[in-house]
Ligand binder design. Structure first.
Ligand code: SME
Length: 164
């Protein structure tokens, strides 16, 4: 009973924090058109808002190389530089255009272990206003099953408001 109550309280707190940080990001980025500045701000503000975020950042669609992502603005330990579409969790998000919510990265076929401490992750595709894929946003946690539907909705809402 107490546990269920705590879970609900945590979920409500987390949803409220996403709504708050969404407003903060919109206010910081008001009038700033540069995409790198927008991505760097989203990565920094989300990473510093949540304890369960371990690695937070963007893999950007490379305009010079077909079907390949290249690392963009991030917060955390050294990330790998390039990920082909279809490879690992980020590549799956780029290939399908769908959010990937992975409770156990070690069970995900082809997962790329940039940092062996990563245990679970969420990767959300980022589209512009015309619906073209710009990047994927990748958050890793060092705890298993750290992300849920509240994270998914919170992140998807912020990315849509910031880039579409
Ligand atoms: N986890 C990702 C690779 C990127 S890093 O974790 C920073 C993946 O498998 O797509």
């Amino acid at each position: 009973m107490a546990e269920a109550f705590n879970d609900k309280t945590l979920t409500a707190d987390k949803a409220a924090r996403y709504a708050e940080v969404a407003d903060e990001i919109a206010s910081v980025l008001d009038g700033e058109p540069n995409l790198t500045a927008r991505m760097a701000t989203v990565a920094s503000m989300l990473a510093s808002s949540f304890d369960h975020y371990f690695w937070t950042g963007f893999y950007v669609v490379d305009p010079l190389k077909a079907r390949e992502l290249v690392v963009g603005p991030y917060q955390g330990t050294l990330g790998c530089l390039r990920i082909a579409y279809g490879r690992g969790v980020c590549g799956a998000a780029a290939q399908t255009g769908q959010t990937q919510l992975v409770e156990d990265v070690h069970a995900f076929p082809g997962h790329i272990a940039c940092d062996s401490r990563s245990a679970s992750e969420i990767v959300v595709p980022v589209f512009d206003a015309a619906g073209t894929l710009l990047a994927v946003f990748d958050v890793d946690s060092d705890k298993p099953a750290a992300f849920d539907i509240v994270d998914q909705q919170g992140i998807e809402t912020i990315l849509k408001a910031t880039f579409a």
